[in-house]
Design a protein around this ligand. Structure first.
Ligand SMILES: Nc1ncnc2c1ncn2[C@@H]1O[C@H](COP(=O)(O)OP(=O)(O)OP(=O)(O)O)[C@@H](O)[C@H]1O
Ligand SMILES: CC(C)(CO)[C@@H](O)C(=O)[O-]
Ligand code: BAL
Length: 280
């Protein structure tokens, strides 16, 4: 089935109104396109859980703190549509920026606390952009359920906070990170790695796995983190923005392993910034 491509909020609303009038449950998968198997796993989850599925493709300018990153962000809409047809999604909502942010747009949704460390500290304004567009996508689609990847763990925590705080009637489902056979977390930005960079990239998740195992075995947390950081740099990464153990839900610093922890990292290789996280 070929998904219907919707460009305007009015068209989207009309489709959703018909579906809801027929009693269908609606799922939404927000993306920025350049789809890979990670995104498709979310679309499949949505397909299995909901009667109608919308995948949104919108490279949201408000969440890019770095103009070069926005400029270079891969855009592959035709290929994306073909992949989504295979999954059998009902509609693709791919609006132009002026449809999402028309003249006079003046609102920012800002989640404090959980959005502040890690990505928030390294990409100023990023989560305001994410929270604003996600709140809008939820309002525009009126979806019953939304599907997000655990690969962007902090984003998932921010979105959960957002819907709880604003009483948005939508269920948020986190879906496991899909990895390449060598362990690298799939990401649209991976295609910007050189062949050599691509070969080195799995060192990030390997160092994280090794540190998690060592800390579970009793190595003090600061030593485990320092060890992982040196391994990542030794593997040829240029910088490590952060590599930290945090509480899984509130993302508070964790000095020792007790309760549910999350090891989260961002590091740059070949000028490409990669992120990853695992439970500890
Ligand atoms: N490897 C993955 N496994 C599971 N979900 C993923 C994966 N990669 C991305 N997602 C999820 O897909 C959704 C859309 O993400 P996005 O379009 O930013 O893709 P991306 O590959 O993360 O790109 P980026 O290069 O911006 O990190 C988010 O909910 C994200 O967490
Ligand atoms: C959720 C999202 C689609 C909002 O633009 C984006 O941050 C992403 O792709 O993860
Ligand atoms: N994957 C989260 C979106 C971003 O990197 O801007």
């Amino acid at each position: 089935m070929t998904p219907t491509v919707l460009r305007s909020v009015a068209e989207l609303r009309a489709h959703v109104a018909d579906w809801k009038a027929a009693g269908a449950t609606v799922g939404v998968v927000p993306t920025m396109g350049a789809l890979h198997d990670g995104h498709l796993s979310l679309a499949r989850r949505a397909r299995a859980a909901c009667e109608r599925v919308i995948v949104t493709i919108f490279v949201n300018p408000r969440q890019f703190n770095n103009p070069a990153d926005l400029e270079k962000y891969p855009r592959t809409e035709e290929q994306d549509a073909a992949l989504l047809a295979q999954v059998g999604v009902d509609a693709i909502f791919a609006p132009p920026p002026e449809e999402v942010y028309p003249r006079g747009f003046a609102t920012t949704v800002s989640v404090t606390g959980v959005s502040e460390p890690l990505e928030g500290a390294h990409r100023p304004g990023h989560f305001d952009g994410v929270a604003t567009v996600v709140a809008k996508l939820f309002g525009m689609t009126r979806a019953d359920r939304a599907f997000f990847g655990e690969k962007d763990w902090q984003q998932l925590m921010v979105v959960q906070r957002l819907v709880a705080d604003l009483n948005i009637p939508i269920a948020i489902e986190g879906c496991p990170t899909v990895r390449e056979p060598d362990g690298l977390a799939m990401s649209s930005r991976n295609i910007r790695l050189s062949a050599e960079g691509r070969a080195r990239a799995p060192a990030l998740c390997r160092a994280m796995q090794a540190a998690a195992a060592a800390m579970r075995g009793g190595l003090p947390v600061p030593e485990g983190l320092a060890q992982a950081r040196s391994e990542v740099l030794a593997a040829g990464f240029d910088t490590v923005d952060y590599l930290e153990l945090r509480t899984a839900d509130l993302l508070l610093p964790m000095e020792r392993l007790e309760g549910e922890g999350r090891l989260l990292a961002a590091a740059t290789l070949d000028g490409v910034r990669l992120i990853d996280n695992i439970p500890v």
